[in-house]
Design a protein around this ligand. Sequence first.
Ligand code: IMO
Ligand code: MG
Length: 409
Amino acid sequence: MKLVVIGAQWGDEGKGKIVDFLARDADTVVRFSGGANAGHTIVHGRNTYKLHLVPSGIVYEDKRVILGTGMVIDPEALEKELEELSTAGVVWAGRVLISDRAHLVLPRYKRMDKDLDTKRAQPIGTTGRGIGVTYSMKSARDGVRVIDAFDDALLAALSQEDRDFLLEHREFFREMMVDVNSYMTDHGDENVLLEGAQGTLLDLDLGTYPFVSSGSSSANGAAVGAGFGPRELDRVVGVCKAYSTRVGNGPFPTEFESERDGDLEHVIRELGHEYGVTTGRPRRCGYLDLVALRYACRSNSIDTLALTHLDIYDSFEEIQVCVGYKVDGRVTELFPASRTAAANAEPVLKALPGWKASSAQARAFSELPTGAQDYVRYIEEYTGVSVEIISVGSDREHTIVERDPWTPS
Ligand code: IMO
Ligand code: MG
């Protein structure tokens, strides 16, 4: 079976935790988009792992992980991350594979990324990891793929800087290279988890363009980004937080405003530890945006939602959610394509009762405080998609599974 897990908001939905949880039943985990711009946190007992490039299944000793075709891989960042995993006691040799068709991030791409963003009239606030430039080079057909690093004739045509860099790093990943297509043919019966990075609203095609990342971070990128055919995919799990966050610039209709919401942004940021794993930047915080979430459900064919950080609302008297936008005096329930409309959209908020009780001990939906159950039911009703996994804490055990996505329908 092949299961896709993607972010249904602006990234940082808690994908790392959900992928890690679901990876228990996977044989192979494939990351299908993005690069070192991602930051996926996994907590196992007393150990916390922060991953950027390596798929989240790595911490299980018996899983193989593949950095898929749709990724953009910075060899230096990969070496550093794998060294850190070794230091943390994770034995990864022989378990990390890299698609031979994935693109490589060269040092000058990172410089260009920072330079371009600084010069933009409206900076995107990129992570500076060379992501956009590498995808641009790929589209322009000037990129360097993993396999190309071993093509000496091709290297000879590159600049001295690029060539030296590739010659310095290529031995590190020589043994990791894999043709994903033949790997999948040889492992056809396996459970494969396709791990997304970023989120739907940062997707190049579906997101709040131009304030997006440059990969196909939606489920639509999963097949091509991993390296197999679209009919191979069985189910799509969308991960969303009980509220919203966004890092970097761009439209965020439900962002807390101090005049309307007091110090909610600060409260949520501290309760939810909403600081970037990759850049350390404080995340912008806001109400759950059901308009955006339903858009994500529809545009990704999401079968089931995994709701994270529900416990962050445990102490609240009342919780608001966004059920529409007011744009140019009109109310809409559709996510606007226009960047100006998205930037000016005012949220239509609906207040739901809080539960003022701890949800952290719940291990089944029925054990959640009634108000929390009602909150989840409201999300299902609005989006038309059932919430089947609920996370009530950072540890693996703080997870409620109403229906296991690996179970065939
Ligand atoms: P994970 O996988 C949140 C944001 C950046 C910036 C925009 C473009 O941890 O959810 P880029 O460097 O990709 O060109 O930056 O996208 N961004 C993310 N925000 N989570 C992520 O990944 C992100 N990856 C990129 O902040 O606004
Ligand atoms: Mg992150």
